[in-house]
Design a protein around this ligand. Sequence first.
Ligand code: SF4
Ligand code: SF4
Length: 409
Amino acid sequence: MSETVGIFRCENYDVEPLVGILKDAATAVGFNTGSIRGKTLLLKPNMLGAYPPEMGITSHPNFVEAAIILFKGLGAKVCVGDSANGIFEIDSVWERTGIRGVCKRHGVEEKVFEREGSQIVDGLLIARPVLEADVVVNLPRFKTHGLTVLTIAAKNLYGCVPGLQKTRYHQKATDRLEFAKLVVRIAEIAKPALNLVDGILAMEGNGPSAGRLVPLNAVVSGTNHHAVDTVCAKIICLDPKHVDTIEAAVSLGLWDPETKIAVAGKTPEDVRPATFDLPATFTKGMRDWWISLFVINRIWGGISIKPKVNEKKCQRCGLCVKACPVDAIITEKAASVHAELVEAQAVHPSTCSGQTLARAPHVLIKNCVQCYCCHEICPYQAIDLNESLGVRIGRFLGERRIRKLNGCK
Ligand code: SF4
Ligand code: SF4
């Protein structure tokens, strides 16, 4: 068994050259561009929330536009579809990300997954357009993720679940590996024929929404989403088995980590950044090293990284209160939190006139299951991830060792 993954240089988001790069990236990995004429082709970008393109949280509209031009030119009936985090007002997501504008300009149909109906497949609720499309092309962004370490090809397909159902799945699968298994099962149902990763500007640190943008100047492609994620991990010197979705896919028998992966175009080393910060929640490197494991577990008392509302940054929009799947974020008056939620609706600063909560909310640590949904959605990066000194030291030691083992500095 072997797979091919492509890595292609791309310096910026200029649409015209990007169309050519995406075409090269698709053909290099064996995607049959001649086979899609007349077929319904669904582009699945990352539309996490109502964030403007310059924040680098969602798919860049020019990346989506280049894909539309490419696949329309090849004769496919192209549509664009995704489902945002269920707490956002849907139209503001499509507007603010710039993806509605791109669809309109090219006469391409929007598939708002929250409005298109859904179907249960293998016990999971999947948006109908994903199941009805002849071809799904996955357009993830290269980002870190507090819960799954990376959100690239497999994790982007979690958006195939419509709206608030995503939060319900977080309630059900509070263990990180169980959640990752859910994600890879959804990815298996969506089965994209092609993955085109926007790694032109990637996000390091506390992604998927509060990290820093770093230029990788690369597009990564492949027909197998786990192979693509494996190569993306190698680009940043991360052991692929430390990516939760890969670990989950291996445990479910959906990915063989021994699969031979041929890389077309550039090599991972060619596009490797000098450094790439993982999320504060990443503790696997240190777990693998018995000394740091001993230090953390015995001396500093376990590994846990807890969210905390940064009162200075908090704009009291109330989104995190609504996003928490286990009601662990409360306002000052805990008893009235549910009434406030009812009033809060799905608000976003771009669509509401002011603050929803009288005070910054706070996290009830004893109830928190560390899913980091609050951190993911806060539009003001006002949820800090607090780690102890022990965790920091353990990660430093563990990560250094892993990077050395992988031949990185
Ligand atoms: S922490 Fe963020 S999401 Fe929560 S109320 Fe404050 S600004 Fe809104
Ligand atoms: S407080 Fe944040 S991290 Fe904790 S359970 Fe709620 S959403 Fe998840």
